[in-house]
Design a protein around this ligand. Structure first.
Ligand SMILES: *[C@@H]1O[C@H](CO)[C@@H](O)[C@H](O)[C@H]1NC(C)=O
Ligand SMILES: *[C@@H]1O[C@H](CO)[C@@H](O)[C@H](O)[C@H]1NC(C)=O
Ligand SMILES: *[C@@H]1O[C@H](CO)[C@@H](O)[C@H](O)[C@H]1NC(C)=O
Length: 253
């Protein structure tokens, strides 16, 4: 009796663990697939890769903590402009002073038309105003800047000399469909995906969502209800729910 009760109490915990490990593995498998699809040239190999989520971007990187050198390949597709010049840009940036665009130290690959090669500029993003055609100095020495295109995606390469002791940094990325004739990137769209394209990069090998906002003031009592177990479960993805149901069946059988 006691034994039976103990077993039934731990079953939800077991299922939860199982579901979260399945979800983690699914995410890792999806990232591995996306990373392999980038098909980087053989002379460009990196220790880590992560799917960044928004805008379907991926980041491949190697960080040497001794030298503080970060070498990376950022991969994303440029949206197709309605007026179809074939120009476009992709950009990835570190922000040492904030979590948005202001203060970000950006690498940006752009081309003015489908016939021109991609070039890589650096920009010190001082605010939300238009960028010029020329690079501006950034806080980190940038070397090996290059970009190419494969399978409809732009691959931006570079090496940044970071400062010793950096471990987790805010990063932000975006893509745009238009570049002026003289080579200045035109602002990206403001869809949710564009606005969500930021997070934290753990240099030793993973990516995290943006740091949570400071918690809001508590809601007046009675205005919200705690989600029940049932309601919370509806947020799990269908495959996870199916596997949980299957595991539950096994546990009962
Ligand atoms: C990789 O090869 C390409 C093409 O041969 C060359 O342009 C590039 O500089 C090489 N990159 C590295 C990091 O060796
Ligand atoms: C193409 O469209 C974009 C966005 O509407 C616009 O900013 C850009 O100037 C246009 N380019 C040309 C060459 O017409
Ligand atoms: C970037 O811009 C900010 C704001 O104007 C400035 O304080 C900073 O020194 C600039 N960084 C570099 C590397 O020029």
């Amino acid at each position: 009796m006691t034994q039976h009760r103990g077993a039934s109490l731990t079953l939800p915990a077991v299922l939860l663990l199982l579901a979260s490990s399945i979800a983690t593995n699914l995410a890792a498998a999806a990232a591995a697939g996306i990373c392999a699809d980038d098909n980087l040239p053989a002379n460009r190999t990196y220790a880590h890769c992560a799917a960044l989520g928004p805008l379907g971007a991926t980041l491949h990187w190697t960080y040497d903590a001794k030298t503080a050198l970060l070498s990376l390949a950022f991969v994303a597709a440029t949206p197709v402009a309605a007026n179809g010049t074939g120009g476009g840009w992709v950009s990835w940036a570190l922000n040492p002073t904030g979590d948005g665009m202001k203060g970000a130290q950006a690498l940006l690959a752009l081309r003015t038309s489908a016939a021109s090669p991609y070039v890589v500029n650096t920009y010190n993003l001082t605010g939300y105003h238009a960028l010029g055609a020329n690079s501006t100095p950034i806080a980190y020495k940038a070397t090996d800047l290059a970009a190419d295109e494969s399978g409809g995606k732009v691959r931006l390469y570079g090496t940044l000399q970071l400062q010793q002791g950096m471990e987790v940094v805010n990063h932000i990325w975006n893509v745009g469909s238009a570049v002026t004739a003289d080579g200045a990137p035109i602002k990206h769209a403001f869809a949710q995906e564009n606005l969500d394209a930021k997070g934290r990069l753990v240099l030793s090998g993973s990516v995290l969502d943006p740091a949570p906002e400071p918690s809001p003031a508590p809601a007046p009592s009675g205005s919200t209800t705690e989600p029940t177990g049932e309601a919370a479960a509806t947020y799990a993805s269908a495959p996870v729910l199916m596997l949980v149901a299957f595991a539950g069946f096994l546990a009962i059988a």
